[in-house]
Design a protein around this ligand. Structure first.
Ligand code: NDP
Length: 346
């Protein structure tokens, strides 16, 4: 069985969802009540692959909401409790979705193997970052040419280049796609230099300069909401792949030759018959989902019960090949521009 650990996009959304599910006592509570609410296994599902293989899964809502990010102990407890529940339910491979993988890494939860009387078995969990990186790279390869951007000459900025997903995307773009030039953006200089060395290429730039030179921008950093960017300096056409969480770039950039595509999203070949992706605000919630969630399904389809994506900067091109081939074989496709393009050209 595969598992997905997720959460609502805001406190208000979480309350609405709790009301729909009949958890009125929690729905009516304030943020403090929600801070002490336990995780809930809200849905079981069966999924049939394009190969005909059927698997079973479950969705666990961690009862975390982004408004809790500042409360370190609460955020930590929410993630660990959800993982404990997944393990107690006997789920073989569970993806940490939304902010949960970020909390796991940034708050160093690897040190917290013991949750009450459960010893967490890391092999049962995956961040899903390998599939996310592969999906973002494919979205770039498929969609840039649609805008007339020639990849072998294109300047591609990766914002969050030194991160787990960003560094994997950089490796793929330099060794597999062969883009014209990689522009590497992050705040800390030392990891940027190490990445540049390992790639044997790429130019380290600040955000503003990279944006003014790039034909394609891959965003794989959670950026502050207040970040102000001058749209007038951005090249046209420009493809922006919004791979961060939450996905909020279309409000900032879309229109007049800037094409924003939601990054790290896949679509299954048929309706799944679940409600859980409504929480994640997918446009077609019966088919679309975060690539990290899909990774747990793919590992279950492939009987690969291991923490496939784990830790930082462990994503190899071979792992991306494996998960990418499985993705296509089992009926996933990457989200593409068509509908977004119509909207922004209108
Ligand atoms: P990491 O923490 O490993 O990497 C974050 C990267 O962003 C680092 O390079 C960091 O470098 C950089 N960064 C952070 N803040 C800024 C800033 N203000 N300006 C420039 N660079 C910045 O994260 P992951 O690779 O695991 O995840 C990256 C993003 O992808 C996250 O937002 C995550 O939520 C999202 N994600 C999306 C998924 C999906 O949509 N399917 C699935 C999984 C993750 P430095 O600190 O030096 O600036």
């Amino acid at each position: 069985m595969f598992g997905l650990i997720g959460h609502s996009t805001s406190f208000n959304e979480a309350r609405k969802k709790a009301m729909d599910l009949g958890y009125d006592h929690i729905a009516e509570g304030d943020l403090d009540v929600w801070c002490s609410a336990p995780p809930q296994l809200v849905e079981h599902v069966k999924v049939e692959s394009a190969t005909g293989k059927t698997i079973e899964g479950a969705y666990i809502d961690s009862c975390f909401v982004p408004e809790m990010l500042g409360r370190f102990k609460t955020a930590r407890r929410k993630v660990l409790n959800a993982m404990e529940l997944a393990q107690k339910k006997g789920i073989s491979i569970t993806a940490l979705g939304g902010f949960t993988s970020i909390i796991f890494e940034n708050f160093k939860l690897l040190q917290n193997k013991q949750v009450r009387n459960t010893t967490l078995d890391w092999e049962r969990f995956t961040t899903g970052n390998t599939h996310t990186a592969w999906v973002i790279a494919r979205q770039l390869e498929i969609n840039a040419p649609k805008l007339g951007i020639e990849l072998s000459k294109a300047r591609v900025a990766v914002v969050g280049a030194t991160g787990d997903i960003g560094s994997a995307v950089c490796r793929w773009l330099s060794q597999r796609t062969g883009v014209g030039e990689l522009l590497l953006v992050a705040r800390q200089q030392e990891p940027l230099k190490e990445l540049q060395e390992s790639l044997q290429g790429g130019e380290i730039l600040g955000l503003e300069s990279a944006l003014s030179q790039a034909d394609v921008v891959v965003w794989v950093a959670s950026l502050p909401k207040k970040l102000e960017i001058d749209k007038s300096n951005i090249r046209r056409p420009c493809l922006m792949i919004d791979g961060g969480y939450p996905k909020n770039l279309d409000e900032k950039f879309a229109g007049s030759g800037i094409h924003v595509l939601k990054g790290g999203i896949v679509e299954f070949f048929k309706d799944i018959g679940w409600n859980m992706m409504e929480i994640a605000e997918m446009e077609i919630p019966q088919r679309q989902m975060f690539a990290c969630f899909a990774e747990a399904m793919l590992l279950e389809f492939e009987n690969c019960h291991t923490n496939f994506s784990w830790g930082r900067n462990n994503i190899t091109l071979e792992k991306m090949d494996f998960i990418g081939e499985a993705s296509v074989r089992h009926g996933f496709s990457v989200l593409s521009l068509q509908t977004d393009m119509k909207a922004s050209l209108a």
